[in-house]
Design a protein around this ligand. Sequence first.
Ligand SMILES: Cc1cc2nc3c(=O)[nH]c(=O)nc-3n(C[C@H](O)[C@H](O)[C@H](O)COP(=O)(O)OP(=O)(O)OC[C@H]3O[C@@H](n4cnc5c(N)ncnc54)[C@H](O)[C@@H]3O)c2cc1C
Ligand code: SF4
Length: 494
Amino acid sequence: MIFDAIIIGTGAGGGTMAHQLAHAGWNLLIIERGDFLPREKENWDAASVFQKGQYNCGETWIDQKGKPFEPGTHYFVGGNTKFYGAALLRLREKDFGEIEHYGGLSPAWPLKYQDFQPYYQKAEELFEVHGQRGEDPLEPPEKNPYPYPAVSHEPNIASIADKLKKEGLNPFHLPLGVRLNEKHKENSLCIRCDTCDGFPCLADAKSDAHHICINPILNLPNVKLLTKTKALKLIEKNGQITEVQTDQGNFQAKTFIVSCGAINSAALLLRSNVANSSDQVGRHYMCHNNSAIVALSKDKNPVIFQKTIGVNDFYFGADDSKYPLGHIQLLGKVKAGMLGADAPFFTPKFVLDWMADHAMGWWITSEDLPDPNNRVLIKDDQIHLHHYPTNMEAHERLLKKLKHILSVSGHRIHFPNSAYLAKQIPIAGVAHQVGTARFGHDPKTSVLDIHCRSHDINNLYVVDGSFFPSAGAVNPALTIIANALRVSDHLCQK
Ligand SMILES: Cc1cc2nc3c(=O)[nH]c(=O)nc-3n(C[C@H](O)[C@H](O)[C@H](O)COP(=O)(O)OP(=O)(O)OC[C@H]3O[C@@H](n4cnc5c(N)ncnc54)[C@H](O)[C@@H]3O)c2cc1C
Ligand code: SF4
């Protein structure tokens, strides 16, 4: 059988694409290397998720020094959206243009914010984003409100927001994809628990690609999903992909849509030796400069759902910085099981419990810059990820700004949160991976055209985070979703 399209990967990009093309009547085969994530008590157990790594991918990749590491990525239906913190932000309007940074230039995108704007709106509707327009000073133009009201602050978070406002900052309600109905709790799927950011949702209430995109199309007669099926190679004949080779057999289609996540998509293209006449596949890997900071205070932090504040006042600079610094947001509730992964083995549990009770987690993100030497390579069929940090001055300055915020809010920085692996997230922290098959007008310097179609092969598309020419400094998933909606419109109009 020859399918209209084969979609490889069911995360933010592939799941969204599958949802759209399925409803447009395409005869689809969806291939996903992972299984459905089991619903079990361990979904919400910090020790199982963070210390035992129960849902980790278990693979070994190699860094630029030849050192093996286990990447922090997940292979399940829904991809990494099963674990994400569901902070769904748009890139800023200026992010689509060229921007000067401490570390050099962030290149312009081949399209403008206005090209993405209608798709951001649709993405927020599809993923049921809760937010409040008008609070974030750098919010890109949008006349429509968020589809759902902002997730409210709990009292001590509201008090931190007030303190920040007194300092002249503009904390805003973080836009979140959780299916929460605060007015009618009896109708709310989301129970506002303390195990959201980094955990799968046992209540099936997180707006992940599994529940939002894949589940609703599974019973359609034109959709077939193969789980536990890994795409190994795309087979090219006469300038077209004709079939995909998997560990469960070969499958044919008219159109192939790769969405394995930026690193695995590059790996698949490299293993297949396709779409790489530019020698750009796998290059320009970006993942943001991220740090997770745990702050302790002498008072207990009674918060349950913590991740409700974002701060963009330093995104494009500060009084003492003419270059951009980045974005700040709260992390989810810090749990003893997360701290345990970083603490010496002899740390008594009551110490970890005390610390978790008094902790508040923050996440800071600065833009890293595309560098051709930061790249995915395949050697002996194994993924090698070379990464040399870029633009670190911005990150260090942003950390200083966060310290100021913490002093204002009565906390002090204590130690890095190992749940996210280290203070400065190391190479294994690939959560924000983008850029390995960037889109552009010039086939010599980009892999994909502006419709995310390979310049070399006209029935091959890549719709995950690979297409980003620059990373901005907000979490990437909403842009990946919006782009998949844009590409699916293009495919349906063809
Ligand atoms: C703990 C955590 C927290 C995060 N929090 C946020 C957040 O708050 N906001 C935000 O915007 N982003 C967040 N992210 C990042 C976000 O999850 C990703 O940006 C997004 O999921 C990427 O979408 P994608 O389609 O590119 O890839 P993925 O979602 O990774 O999907 C790729 C899919 O392809 C499958 N696959 C891979 N290789 C193959 C193959 N060879 N054959 C078949 N299938 C394959 C994988 O199993 C996976 O299902 C977070 C990530 C993590 C890990
Ligand atoms: S806060 Fe809501 S969406 Fe998040 S894990 Fe808990 S129930 Fe699920």
